[in-house]
Unconditional design. Sequence first.
Length: 420
Amino acid sequence: MKRGRYVLCAILLLATGMRVGHLCHCFWIDESFSAALATQNFKTIARLSAKDVHPPLYFWTLRLWNLAGLQLFGTSPAATTIHLIDYRLGTRSAPAEFLVSEQGREPAVLADGIHPALWERYMLAPLWFLRLLNVLGALISIWLLWILATRLYPDKPGIAVYGCLIFACSGFAIFWDTVIRSYSFVAIFILALHLLWPLMPGSLLGRILFSTALAILLFLSYLTSYIALFFLPAYGVITVLQATPSRRWAWYVAPILLSIVLFLLFWGSRMAYQLGLGPSAGALSLTSFFPELLHNATVCISLFWPLLFSYAPWMVLNASTSPILYHVVFFLFAITIGFGIWRYRRGLSTSDGLVLSSMLVPFLVPTVVDALRPGLLPLETRYFYPILPFFALFLAAGLLEIKAAILNRMVKETQRKKST
């Protein structure tokens, strides 16, 4: 037990070092929207985040984090309070625009939000400090993944070790954990829900508290990112895999329905407005739907490689810049996936089913929706950040299978030499 804690602490220190070392990377344009909202009150954040494509919970948290940073580091003497009056979502042809009112000045349009070059003019903590909030979210996610892995595979501690290492060292995770966006925080809620899901108590009071906690976590996950909605079908699969008695299904269905109702009451009209910001729906025909669906499925399969090697330290790992290293790593990547699938020949355990469903089922909703209305839910890698922890566990199981195969071959070779 103590050894496991030491290993976890070492992984967390490694993850912290890799992310802190990347805190000062180049500024991403979408962070300007996050920074602008961090200076506003809660009501304004809710109103303006509705004009973007994100729910408000992460931005509310960011506001509190920014206030803490201002207390720690102070502000520039030239800093003024800005009031965001309106916001227009950016497109490929036109940048985002903020209509702002600064103290003592007429309202003006601020193109592309707030950039680090203008940071000292506003009531903002340092950029690295605002990004540090996501690093904290990533460390919590790694910790929760460790707990989940040790619970799913108590007799295979290597899966927890390798899985958390893969998550900690993923270039994709390192990059998105060091931008001012909500991705690591939605992973916290997803992993917490997976930890809570099988823990239904036997008493009536315990079940009521259990369902209430589920409803609250589900509701908060939707308010953090719409990505959490993609996991709803996966929760149904997990409930079936647990062999949940039919009389207990209501204790799972009720919190899911309650969380959706609460979310629609609180944010439904704003989400409908956000969906309307997407491209207009074209005429749908079966002849165009099925090819688009097949194309989307292919895109989803191709997203697993960039979940590990698309950004940060490993972003140079591609066929054009490092062809030899790229092909070697890709071969090892493919072999690991192959062994991860091959291990299912012995049967699919409940734990394996949970990992697979959480890794694959969330792709279903955006795949189908984007085929029905192309562009409404774009299949971009960063939107599937919460899938990475489960993919890491899948790869970890594959690595253990490779290790077992190598050791088995070595033992057989040793026995053969002794017999001769």
